[in-house]
Design a protein around this ligand. Structure first.
Ligand code: PHE
Length: 455
C-alpha cells in the first residue's frame, strides 16, 4: 500500500524539477555549502589531515550515500514535505509525525544561525569597503554589521525561494554552481603554486593513523550528515519534486560526487596555503575567517584571491540556505495551504527574528556570547549549532532511518527507488540491509558520542 500512497488525485499538480541536471545541481547546491568550505577543512585540520579525510570518505560512501537514497525515495514516494511524507505512510494520528515536525523546526533553526555565518562571509567579501582593517573579533561583535549582513543574505535567500522550484531554486543553482567551481579552481591554483605548498598537500593526502581517535571518527561521521544536508528532511523535500522517471540512485551518486569533490577541493585551497604561511592547521572554526585573510594578505594577488574566496563561500552558503528555507516553506504550502509567497514572507520574517540572538552572540551582547548564559565556551550560535545542527541532525537521521527501514519498510523504499532505475537485486538487498541495520546502529553511536560529550 505504502508505495502507492501519495497526494490525493485531485491535488493541484505539484511543481517538479525542470530537468534531471537541474535537480542534481539543486541538490548538490544544498549539500555544498559552509559545510564543505568552512567546516570540512577545519575539522580535517583538527583531525590530523589525511587520516580524517579517509575516515570521512568512508562515512560518506558507506553511510551518507545510502541514507541519501532513502530520504530521496521517501520524498518522491509521497511528493510531500517531511511531515506530509510521513503522514502519507502512517496517517494523521501517528507519533511519527513528530519526527517530521522536528525536521521543519530544525530547518528554521539551522537557517537562522547559518544565515549569520553566511552573512559574515558576505561581509568578508566586501570587507575592504565596509570595515577596512577591522579584525575578526571586532567584526563579528559589531551589531550593525552582522545584522545588516544577515538581513542581506536572508533577503537574497527569500527572493530565490519566492521564485519557486523551477524558476527560483533550479535556475539559480544552475548558474551558481558552475561559477563556484571556476572560482575554487582559481584559488587552488594560487594556493598550490605558493612556495612551501607541498608540505600542506602531504599533510592533507598522506594519512597518519597514529593520531586517530574515536572522537575524530565520530566527528567525521557527523560531518557526513551535515555536508550532505541529511537528517532534517532537506533531501526528502528535494526528492518530492522528482519525477517518477528519474533514477534516484544515479542522481544521488552525482550529488555525493559533486559534494565530495568540492570538499576535497576546499582542502586543496586551504592546506597548501596554511602550510606555506606556517599557520597551525588545527586552528579550529576560526580557520577560514581569521587565518585565511591573514594568509591572503601575505600572498601575491592576495586581495583579489580573498575577495574571490569569500564571494565563493557566500554563493555556496546561498544554495544551501535555499534548501533549508524550502523545507519549511514546502510544509506550509502542502499542509497549511498557504501560498508560496505568504509562506516565504512569514517564515523569512520569523527566521530573521530568530537569527538576531545568534548574530548578537559573538560579543555584541555579553549574556548571549561565550561566557554568558550558554556556557563558558559557546554563545547562543554555538549552542544552536551543537544541539540542532549536530545532535539534532544525528537524531533526525536515526529516527528517519528507522522509519524508512522498519515502518515504511526497506522493501517498499527499495521499490520506490527502483522506479526509473535498473538496479540489480543484489545491490538492492545490500542497500536494504544498510538502511535497516547499519545506519541506525552507526548513528546511535554518534548520538551516544554527543551525549557523553566526546565531541
Ligand atoms: N549541507 C549544507 C552545508 O554543507 C548544510 C545543510 C545542512 C543544508 C542541512 C541543508 C540541510 O553547508
Amino acid at each position: 500500500m505504502a508505495s502507492q500512497s501519495g497526494p490525493p488525485l485531485d491535488a493541484p499538480a505539484r511543481e517538479q524539477w525542470g530537468s534531471r541536471l537541474g535537480f542534481i545541481l539543486a541538490a548538490a547546491g544544498s549539500a555544498i555549502g559552509l559545510g564543505n568550505i568552512w567546516r570540512f577543512p577545519y575539522l580535517a585540520g583538527e583531525g590530523g589531515g589525511g587520516a580524517f579525510v579517509l575516515v570521512y570518505l568512508f562515512c560518506i560512501l558507506g553511510i551518507g550515500m545510502p541514507y541519501l537514497f532513502a530520504e530521496l525515495s521517501l520524498g518522491r514516494n509521497s511528493q510531500r514535505n517531511p511531515v506530509g511524507a510521513i503522514e502519507a505512510i502512517v496517517g494523521k494520528r501517528s507519533a511519527w509525525l513528530i519526527v517530521g515536525g522536528f525536521c521543519v523546526l530544525a530547518g528554521f533553526i539551522i537557517l537562522s544561525y547559518y544565515s549569520v555565518i553566511a552573512g559574515w562571509a558576505v561581509g568578508y567579501a566586501v570587507k575592504d569597503i565596509i570595515a577596512p582593517g577591522m579584525g575578526f573579533e571586532a567584526f563579528v561583535a559589531s551589531p550593525t554589521l552582522v545584522i545588516t549582513l544577515l538581513a542581506a543574505f536572508l533577503g537574497v535567500t527569500l527572493l530565490v525561494v519566492l521564485g519557486g522550484v523551477e524558476q527560483g531554486i533550479e535556475r539559480w543553482s544552475k548558474i551558481l554552481l558552475p561559477v563556484l567551481l571556476v572560482l575554487i579552481l582559481l584559488v587552488i591554483f594560487r594556493s598550490v603554486t605558493l612556495e612551501g605548498a607541498g608540505e600542506g598537500i602531504s599533510f592533507y593526502l598522506m594519512p597518519d593513523f597514529s593520531g586517530l581517535t574515536t572522537e575524530i571518527i565520530i566527528a567525521a561521521l557527523g560531518q557526513a550528515f551535515f555536508t550532505l544536508s541529511l537528517g532534517m528532511g532537506a533531501m526528502i523535500t528535494y526528492g518530492s519534486y522528482l519525477s517518477k522517471k528519474e533514477n534516484i540512485a544515479t542522481s544521488g551518486i552525482y550529488v555525493v560526487v559533486f559534494n565530495t569533490v568540492i570538499a576535497l577541493m576546499a582542502g586543496f585551497m586551504i592546506f597548501p596555503a596554511i602550510f606555506a604561511m606556517g599557520v597551525d592547521p588545527a586552528t579550529g572554526p576560526a580557520l577560514v575567517f581569521v587565518v585565511l585573510p591573514e594568509v591572503f594578505s601575505q600572498m601575491p594577488l592576495g586581495g583579489l584571491v580573498g575577495v574571490t574566496f569569500f564571494i565563493l563561500l557566500s554563493i555556496a552558503a546561498l544554495t544551501s540556505s535555499i534548501s533549508l528555507l524550502e523545507v519549511v516553506v514546502s510544509y506550509f504550502v502542502d499542509e497549511r495551504s498557504w501560498s508560496r509567497k505568504k509562506s516565504v514572507l512569514i517564515i523569512g520574517g520569523i527566521t530573521f527574528l530568530m537569527a538576531i540572538p545568534s548574530a548578537l552572540s559573538q560579543g555584541a551582547v555579553p549574556s548571549l556570547s561565550a561566557g554568558g548564559i550558554f556556557g563558558p565556551e559557546t554563545g547562543f550560535l554555538g549552542f544552536m549549532d551543537y544541539y540542532v545542527g549536530s545532535l539534532g541532525l544525528a537524531l533526525g537521521a536515526f529516527f528517519l532511518s528507522i522509519f524508512i527501514g522498519w515502518v515504511w519498510g526497506a522493501d517498499e523504499a527499495a521499490q520506490e527507488m527502483m522506479q526509473g532505475s535498473n538496479m540489480s537485486a543484489q545491490v538492492l538487498s545490500v542497500w536494504m540491509f544498510v538502511i535497516r541495520y547499519i545506519i541506525p546502529l552507526v548513528v546511535l553511536v554518534i548520538i551516544i558520542g554527543y551525549i557523553t560529550g566526546t565531541l
